[in-house]
Design a protein around this ligand. Sequence first.
Ligand code: SF4
Length: 233
Amino acid sequence: MSNFSYKDIYMEDVRRVLEVNILPEKHCNFDCIFCPIGRSQNKVDTQKSFDKIDSSLAELESKIETGKAELIFINSKGEALVHDKIDDIIDFVKAKGLQVRLLSNGYLLSREEYIEISNKCDEVVGEIKVITEEDFQKVQRPIEGYTLAEYISNMASFNKQYKGKFIFEITIIKGYNDDEKSIEKIKAVIKEISPDEIIVARMEEDRFKKKLGITDERYEEISKALLDDVWKF
Ligand code: SF4
């Protein structure tokens, strides 16, 4: 039986993308109040074993073949790096000559074992959602001892040595990082991390949108401010 789950294959520019979730249930080192997957029962940042992956890989192979996938996007229920077979999964896809994009919240990207795994991917996505230490603790509820300063420097140090494409996703949240002061701070973070691509996102889920969503107009303004700035680096 397979433990992976999939989204329907879709086109992104000229590539056929297959999104795969490799975790049977949520495993994350954060417990964000707005997590679309729900609560983190046990926060985890070390690797964990799940069932044997042979049947999951066989299913992945068949999805790749039937969908003629060109890019495999590992977008999981939480932090995919904690799956102890992620290395094998990436190797399996790379051996087929396909590209791999890995979504991580980014905190673990400074640890040797995770750097090695992430370096095998053609693209790595890291994220940021709030911009003060207090908000990081309050709304992202990470494992004890984590700090926002370390979070940012972990992604920055990873990207300094990374040869692939680092995509930095910034989620704008009403009341947390949508004011001018926060935007300036985010610009400084972008400069520190120096990503290859920036995605500006916002709260889209209906249950969070009313309280934490920003207007279309503000979203356009902030996106322009952040994306225009990136070309100046
Ligand atoms: S980092 Fe992502 S997966 Fe983890 S708790 Fe936060 S929103 Fe959920």
